[in-house]
Design a protein around this ligand. Sequence first.
Ligand SMILES: *Cc1c(COP(=O)(O)O)cnc(C)c1O
Length: 415
Amino acid sequence: MTKLDQIKAAESRLLLSTYERNPILFVGGEGVHLIDENGTQYLDLLSGIGVNALGYSNPVIEQAIARQSRALIHTSNLFYHEGQAELALRLTERTGLDRCFFANTGTEAWEGALKLARAYAGLRRSEGANIGTKFLALEHSFHGRTFGSVSTTHKAKYREPFGPVVPGVDFVGFNDVADLRDKFSKEVCAILVEAIQGEGGIRPLSQEFFAEARALASSTGALLIVDEIQAGMGRTGKWCAYQHYGIQPDVTTLAKPLAGGIPLGAMLCTEEVARSIHAGMHGTTFGGGPLACAVAITLIDHIEQQHLLEHATEVGDYFQKRLRELARRHDSIVDVRGKGLMLAAELDSADLAKLTVAEMLKRRILINCTSDTVLRFLPPYIVEREHVNQAIDGLDAIFTEHAAAHSALPATGGH
Ligand SMILES: *Cc1c(COP(=O)(O)O)cnc(C)c1O
């Protein structure tokens, strides 16, 4: 029995079966590559679902972890430490928002945003405003797995087994301005969007839809809350994806790459909205601990010193251009979309998408498939053109083989 087989057998006895893992045992990583138990390298175009912004074994991250772990790992939020204000300053400057709450994960940051919206609506009602408690979320949305987050997540498979979920959430057709206008009313306390949907298939909001959401929310004092957990922190070439649209939210959430692989989430809001939160109303034991904050500060400074936003834009544009060329040669690619290093190629069949991920894995390239038919690329920000070329060559070979195999099949009749 290999070590992987032993682990598989143990997990199948001991863990809840929440994941369908790929049969690989990773033991290390270097730059944009992961390394398995046999020393085989894999080009990682997924970066732990958008987390490992600086790739693997980055000495700057390692040193920050070592330094802070020798000084202080945890204090609780009952005391001060040096990291939170320093990190909050960096995040408020880069998001255009005023105040920050630190959590541990994406879903927990999002829960904070939902609670804040309800608290703010309550404050406004106490001041005489006519505003309700409903949320408008979007078709294909993904905001996490805890109860509030999953209640605002569109996919029925994630929500329905756990019903009744949190009430008061209505879903609006994706980029459907008429549906948004129709469903918006004074009952709504917040409109919830991802500027570029991640899990839902790398779907960017249209300028028109996003602008209408901003205008409607402002017309009643409802909040526009933008989930930047996957798209934010530089992945799209700007600190936040909403900055590509020139639209400013009232609240945003960050997580995945925020602390270079150490769990950390953040919820940011305006001074006006922050009025609704007082000591004791919300909190967390671990959130914004010294270790995670120190690493996040280091990560932000490193991204800036190394001009990684510009790099993400440059390599991302190149990657997208290569995918578009590929789409012109292969009919099975029906759409290419995304921004910076958050990219997708949508295929015409779920089976082919699944097959492509498996075939890329055989070529030692990691990508994934989301929303059934969408190949998703979330490489580390340090990815180079040569890695893009390797991925494009792999995809080209797979689609060419697939097309050849299909045209060789005898006609099955029917059309
Ligand atoms: C991943 C993700 C979440 C949830 O984050 P977790 O850290 O997995 O809880 C929420 N929103 C978006 C847009 C995400 O991509």
